[in-house]
Design a protein around this ligand. Structure first.
Ligand code: 6PG
Length: 260
Protein backbone atom coordinates (compact mmCIF):
# COMPACT_ATOMS: atom_id res chain seq x y z
CA UNK A 1 0.00 0.00 0.00
CA UNK A 2 1.26 3.48 -0.76
CA UNK A 3 -0.02 6.84 0.39
CA UNK A 4 0.54 9.72 -1.97
CA UNK A 5 -0.05 13.21 -0.63
CA UNK A 6 0.27 16.24 -2.83
CA UNK A 7 0.42 18.73 -0.02
CA UNK A 8 0.84 21.72 -2.21
CA UNK A 9 1.87 22.69 -5.74
CA UNK A 10 4.86 20.63 -6.84
CA UNK A 11 5.28 19.14 -3.37
CA UNK A 12 4.46 15.45 -2.85
CA UNK A 13 4.88 12.94 -0.04
CA UNK A 14 4.91 9.26 -0.98
CA UNK A 15 4.72 6.72 1.84
CA UNK A 16 5.57 3.06 1.28
CA UNK A 17 4.79 0.10 3.49
CA UNK A 18 8.36 -1.18 3.34
CA UNK A 19 11.83 -0.25 2.12
CA UNK A 20 11.74 -2.68 -0.80
CA UNK A 21 8.64 -0.99 -2.24
CA UNK A 22 10.19 2.43 -1.64
CA UNK A 23 13.44 1.41 -3.34
CA UNK A 24 11.61 -0.15 -6.27
CA UNK A 25 9.33 2.87 -6.77
CA UNK A 26 12.17 5.39 -6.34
CA UNK A 27 14.34 3.54 -8.83
CA UNK A 28 11.45 3.19 -11.30
CA UNK A 29 10.60 6.88 -10.85
CA UNK A 30 14.18 8.09 -11.35
CA UNK A 31 14.78 5.84 -14.34
CA UNK A 32 11.50 6.96 -15.92
CA UNK A 33 12.74 10.54 -15.65
CA UNK A 34 15.90 9.48 -17.46
CA UNK A 35 13.89 7.75 -20.20
CA UNK A 36 11.46 10.67 -20.56
CA UNK A 37 14.26 13.05 -21.47
CA UNK A 38 14.49 13.39 -25.22
CA UNK A 39 17.03 10.98 -26.65
CA UNK A 40 19.70 13.53 -27.49
CA UNK A 41 19.61 15.32 -24.13
CA UNK A 42 21.70 14.24 -21.17
CA UNK A 43 20.15 13.83 -17.73
CA UNK A 44 22.16 15.14 -14.79
CA UNK A 45 21.69 13.64 -11.35
CA UNK A 46 23.39 14.38 -8.04
CA UNK A 47 23.48 11.25 -5.91
CA UNK A 48 23.00 11.42 -2.16
CA UNK A 49 25.34 9.65 0.21
CA UNK A 50 25.02 7.70 3.43
CA UNK A 51 23.49 4.23 3.60
CA UNK A 52 19.89 4.77 2.45
CA UNK A 53 20.61 5.00 -1.29
CA UNK A 54 22.33 1.58 -1.24
CA UNK A 55 19.03 -0.27 -1.82
CA UNK A 56 18.02 2.11 -4.59
CA UNK A 57 21.35 1.68 -6.38
CA UNK A 58 21.12 -2.11 -5.99
CA UNK A 59 17.56 -2.19 -7.41
CA UNK A 60 18.61 -0.02 -10.36
CA UNK A 61 21.63 -2.24 -11.07
CA UNK A 62 19.53 -5.42 -10.80
CA UNK A 63 16.63 -4.15 -12.93
CA UNK A 64 17.83 -1.41 -15.24
CA UNK A 65 21.36 -2.37 -16.23
CA UNK A 66 20.23 -3.35 -19.72
CA UNK A 67 17.37 -0.95 -20.41
CA UNK A 68 18.72 2.49 -19.75
CA UNK A 69 20.87 4.42 -22.21
CA UNK A 70 23.60 5.08 -19.64
CA UNK A 71 25.43 7.28 -22.16
CA UNK A 72 22.68 9.87 -21.49
CA UNK A 73 23.21 10.00 -17.75
CA UNK A 74 25.72 12.36 -16.14
CA UNK A 75 26.24 11.32 -12.52
CA UNK A 76 27.46 13.78 -9.90
CA UNK A 77 27.54 13.73 -6.10
CA UNK A 78 25.63 16.07 -3.81
CA UNK A 79 28.35 15.65 -1.22
CA UNK A 80 31.36 13.57 -0.33
CA UNK A 81 33.42 12.81 2.71
CA UNK A 82 37.02 14.04 2.49
CA UNK A 83 38.50 10.56 2.28
CA UNK A 84 40.10 8.57 -0.57
CA UNK A 85 37.72 6.86 -3.04
CA UNK A 86 38.54 3.42 -1.64
CA UNK A 87 37.76 4.43 1.97
CA UNK A 88 34.70 2.80 3.57
CA UNK A 89 33.26 6.27 4.34
CA UNK A 90 33.39 7.28 0.66
CA UNK A 91 30.01 7.89 -0.96
CA UNK A 92 31.67 7.23 -4.31
CA UNK A 93 32.93 3.81 -3.11
CA UNK A 94 29.39 2.72 -2.17
CA UNK A 95 27.90 3.96 -5.45
CA UNK A 96 30.70 2.29 -7.43
CA UNK A 97 30.24 -1.07 -5.71
CA UNK A 98 26.41 -1.04 -5.77
CA UNK A 99 25.84 0.60 -9.17
CA UNK A 100 28.67 1.82 -11.40
CA UNK A 101 30.48 -1.56 -11.48
CA UNK A 102 27.24 -3.25 -12.56
CA UNK A 103 26.17 -0.97 -15.42
CA UNK A 104 27.76 0.10 -18.70
CA UNK A 105 28.09 3.79 -17.92
CA UNK A 106 31.10 5.50 -19.51
CA UNK A 107 33.68 6.51 -16.88
CA UNK A 108 33.65 10.07 -18.19
CA UNK A 109 29.95 10.33 -17.24
CA UNK A 110 30.78 9.94 -13.55
CA UNK A 111 31.96 13.17 -11.89
CA UNK A 112 33.54 12.14 -8.61
CA UNK A 113 34.25 14.63 -5.84
CA UNK A 114 37.93 13.95 -5.11
CA UNK A 115 37.73 13.53 -1.36
CA UNK A 116 41.43 12.80 -1.14
CA UNK A 117 42.35 16.33 -2.26
CA UNK A 118 42.73 19.47 -0.16
CA UNK A 119 39.09 20.40 0.67
CA UNK A 120 39.04 24.10 -0.22
CA UNK A 121 40.75 23.51 -3.56
CA UNK A 122 38.49 20.50 -4.31
CA UNK A 123 35.35 22.54 -3.53
CA UNK A 124 36.58 25.13 -6.04
CA UNK A 125 37.46 22.47 -8.62
CA UNK A 126 34.09 20.71 -8.29
CA UNK A 127 32.28 24.04 -8.56
CA UNK A 128 34.00 24.54 -11.92
CA UNK A 129 33.05 20.99 -12.96
CA UNK A 130 29.38 21.74 -12.21
CA UNK A 131 29.54 25.09 -13.99
CA UNK A 132 30.96 23.55 -17.14
CA UNK A 133 28.90 20.34 -17.23
CA UNK A 134 25.40 21.45 -16.23
CA UNK A 135 22.86 23.74 -17.82
CA UNK A 136 22.37 27.02 -15.97
CA UNK A 137 19.32 28.78 -14.51
CA UNK A 138 19.18 31.78 -12.15
CA UNK A 139 22.93 32.11 -12.83
CA UNK A 140 23.57 28.77 -11.12
CA UNK A 141 24.23 25.24 -12.40
CA UNK A 142 20.94 23.35 -12.63
CA UNK A 143 20.60 19.62 -11.96
CA UNK A 144 17.77 17.67 -13.53
CA UNK A 145 17.56 15.55 -10.37
CA UNK A 146 19.04 15.96 -6.88
CA UNK A 147 18.70 12.98 -4.56
CA UNK A 148 18.89 13.86 -0.86
CA UNK A 149 19.01 11.96 2.40
CA UNK A 150 18.11 13.31 5.82
CA UNK A 151 20.12 13.06 9.01
CA UNK A 152 18.42 12.69 12.39
CA UNK A 153 19.74 16.18 13.21
CA UNK A 154 18.04 17.62 10.12
CA UNK A 155 21.13 17.87 7.96
CA UNK A 156 20.96 17.15 4.27
CA UNK A 157 23.79 16.70 1.81
CA UNK A 158 26.58 17.83 4.12
CA UNK A 159 24.94 21.00 5.37
CA UNK A 160 24.65 20.64 9.13
CA UNK A 161 22.52 22.65 11.59
CA UNK A 162 25.59 24.27 13.18
CA UNK A 163 26.72 25.46 9.73
CA UNK A 164 23.28 26.31 8.30
CA UNK A 165 24.69 29.50 6.76
CA UNK A 166 26.27 27.25 4.14
CA UNK A 167 22.78 26.49 2.85
CA UNK A 168 22.38 29.93 1.31
CA UNK A 169 26.03 30.26 0.40
CA UNK A 170 26.67 32.14 -2.84
CA UNK A 171 29.22 29.43 -3.61
CA UNK A 172 28.35 26.40 -5.70
CA UNK A 173 30.22 24.01 -3.39
CA UNK A 174 31.18 24.48 0.24
CA UNK A 175 33.53 22.74 2.65
CA UNK A 176 31.75 21.55 5.80
CA UNK A 177 32.77 19.56 8.86
CA UNK A 178 30.73 16.81 10.48
CA UNK A 179 29.71 18.21 13.91
CA UNK A 180 30.59 15.03 15.80
CA UNK A 181 33.53 13.56 13.92
CA UNK A 182 34.86 16.85 12.51
CA UNK A 183 35.43 14.94 9.27
CA UNK A 184 35.65 17.40 6.39
CA UNK A 185 32.99 17.18 3.70
CA UNK A 186 32.51 18.79 0.30
CA UNK A 187 28.86 19.66 -0.37
CA UNK A 188 26.81 21.43 -2.98
CA UNK A 189 25.18 24.49 -1.44
CA UNK A 190 21.47 24.89 -0.79
CA UNK A 191 21.33 27.49 -3.56
CA UNK A 192 22.30 24.76 -6.05
CA UNK A 193 19.98 22.21 -4.42
CA UNK A 194 16.99 24.57 -4.69
CA UNK A 195 17.84 25.34 -8.31
CA UNK A 196 17.19 21.73 -9.37
CA UNK A 197 14.29 20.69 -11.58
CA UNK A 198 13.47 17.78 -9.28
CA UNK A 199 14.54 17.11 -5.68
CA UNK A 200 13.85 13.67 -4.22
CA UNK A 201 14.32 13.05 -0.49
CA UNK A 202 14.62 9.36 0.33
CA UNK A 203 14.16 8.76 4.07
CA UNK A 204 13.57 5.48 5.87
CA UNK A 205 13.54 4.06 9.37
CA UNK A 206 11.94 5.00 12.68
CA UNK A 207 15.04 6.97 13.76
CA UNK A 208 14.04 9.62 11.20
CA UNK A 209 10.38 9.79 12.34
CA UNK A 210 10.87 12.75 14.69
CA UNK A 211 12.79 14.90 12.24
CA UNK A 212 10.39 14.05 9.39
CA UNK A 213 7.43 15.05 11.53
CA UNK A 214 9.08 18.34 12.55
CA UNK A 215 10.10 19.26 9.04
CA UNK A 216 6.94 18.23 7.18
CA UNK A 217 4.63 19.77 9.77
CA UNK A 218 6.71 22.94 9.37
CA UNK A 219 6.94 23.35 13.14
CA UNK A 220 8.27 26.67 14.43
CA UNK A 221 11.60 25.07 15.31
CA UNK A 222 11.96 23.35 11.94
CA UNK A 223 13.74 26.27 10.27
CA UNK A 224 16.87 25.43 12.26
CA UNK A 225 17.20 22.28 10.19
CA UNK A 226 18.96 22.68 6.82
CA UNK A 227 16.63 20.08 5.27
CA UNK A 228 13.65 22.34 6.05
CA UNK A 229 15.16 24.98 3.77
CA UNK A 230 14.97 22.68 0.74
CA UNK A 231 12.35 24.34 -1.42
CA UNK A 232 12.96 24.26 -5.17
CA UNK A 233 12.52 27.63 -6.86
CA UNK A 234 10.68 26.28 -9.88
CA UNK A 235 11.12 22.54 -9.53
CA UNK A 236 9.36 19.63 -7.88
CA UNK A 237 10.00 18.28 -4.38
CA UNK A 238 9.12 14.69 -3.58
CA UNK A 239 9.57 12.99 -0.19
CA UNK A 240 9.85 9.20 -0.52
CA UNK A 241 9.27 7.78 2.97
CA UNK A 242 8.67 4.37 4.45
CA UNK A 243 5.94 3.88 7.08
CA UNK A 244 8.55 3.86 9.88
CA UNK A 245 9.96 7.26 8.97
CA UNK A 246 6.46 8.70 8.45
CA UNK A 247 4.84 7.20 11.57
CA UNK A 248 4.66 10.53 13.46
CA UNK A 249 3.34 12.57 10.56
CA UNK A 250 0.18 14.27 11.64
CA UNK A 251 -3.01 12.60 10.49
CA UNK A 252 -4.07 15.53 8.30
CA UNK A 253 -1.15 14.89 5.98
CA UNK A 254 -1.97 11.21 5.87
CA UNK A 255 -5.73 11.75 5.49
CA UNK A 256 -5.03 14.03 2.53
CA UNK A 257 -3.21 11.14 0.97
CA UNK A 258 -4.60 9.01 -1.78
CA UNK A 259 -4.34 5.40 -0.68
CA UNK A 260 -3.18 3.42 -3.69
C1 6PG B 1 26.20 11.77 3.60
C2 6PG B 1 24.86 12.19 3.07
C3 6PG B 1 23.95 12.59 4.16
C4 6PG B 1 23.00 11.44 4.33
C5 6PG B 1 22.23 11.51 5.61
C6 6PG B 1 21.40 10.25 5.81
O1 6PG B 1 27.20 11.92 2.90
O2 6PG B 1 26.18 11.20 4.70
O3 6PG B 1 24.79 12.86 2.00
O4 6PG B 1 23.22 13.77 3.94
O5 6PG B 1 22.10 11.42 3.22
O6 6PG B 1 23.17 11.63 6.66
O7 6PG B 1 22.29 9.16 5.89
P1 6PG B 1 21.74 7.65 6.04
O8 6PG B 1 21.11 7.32 4.72
O9 6PG B 1 22.99 6.83 6.29
O10 6PG B 1 20.77 7.66 7.18
Amino acid sequence: MEIIVSYNKNRTIKIFSNIEKLANHSADFLMKRVKDKSSFENVSIALSGGSTPKQIFKFIADNYAENIDWQKLKIFFGDERCVPPNHNDSNFKMAKEELFDKISIPGENIYRIQGEKEPVKEAERYSEILKSNLTHKNNLPQFDIVMLGLGEDGHTASIFPDQIDKFYSDKICEVAAHPQTNQNRITISGSVINNAKLIVFIVTGEKKANIISEILSESASSTMYPASLVSPKQGELIWMLDTEASQLLDSQIKQAGIIL
